[in-house]
Design a protein around this ligand. Sequence first.
Ligand code: GLV
Length: 327
Amino acid sequence: MGHVFISRAVPGRALDLLTAAGHSVETWSGDLPPPPETLGAKLAAAHAAFTTVVDFVSTGMLAAAPRLKIVANMAVGYDNVDPVAAAGMGIWVTNTPGVLAETTADMAWALLMAAARNVVAGDRDTRAGGWQTWSPTGFLGVDVFGATLGIVGLGEIGEAVARRATGFKMRVLYHSRTHKPALEADLGLEHRPLSELLAESDFVSLHTPLTAETRHLMSTGQFAAMKPSAILVNTSRGGVVDQDALIEALRSGAIAGAALDVTTPEPLPLDSPLYGFPNVVITPHIASASLATRSRMAEMAAENIIAVLKGTPPIHPVNHPANPRQT
Ligand code: GLV
């Protein structure tokens, strides 16, 4: 039986699953993630690490963890660990695909609607006593119904966002490495090169993983290509956006607004100029945060650990060690 380190308290049955399988479990009890030195020390003593997106597992930490067999990330993204380096050391890296697509798509839509219709600015103003009367000119937003939505990255989350757009009778463009003819036919999607998608869209929603290719995919040139009336929605990773370029685009009016669930860094420091724009909505990386989805994500991470500690491959690997560690 193995020793499992869980980097935060998690909802659902994950803990029960691990202990029922006979493993000893240590859960980090802090409200904040373990600092890097602590995380390294915990990994060095564990057979399995149960991590979240804010636990940056360095290659050095992996190398200093002789018994570690798996890093089970409670997330679909895994840019906080290098799966190739881990595989080279015989360590599995796993994620939680499938379960969070609909919940994340709901949030992308919540952000899109909030930015389009001044939901947050209106709430803030109301609480501050600003609601004096019905105003013909107050909080004028933009229509979502019938607008053009550009989806960058058509994986399972991008697709879930696109499905919701049909109810709003939107024209939906997408940019993705692979064309998806079946989805184009099913949902009426149109593939576009990124520059054309940006030029035509009223809303641009990002759904790519963060990789070397997608880092700063949205930078000065891309913001210049967008309509000045357009709104950017980001529920992917902060690093997909060149944040300085975004700030400049908001300042200069190159785009009309942004709704961000992810930033660089996280948490976004309180002195960030992004907080100064009334047309920017910021939430604290909560796109998958429904009780049901986070519980299921945690259970999946536990299931991956249980499989590997039993000596079998995990259910959701993102790497494939040629010689998985046995001891
Ligand atoms: C959350 O950001 C995830 O990747 O699941």
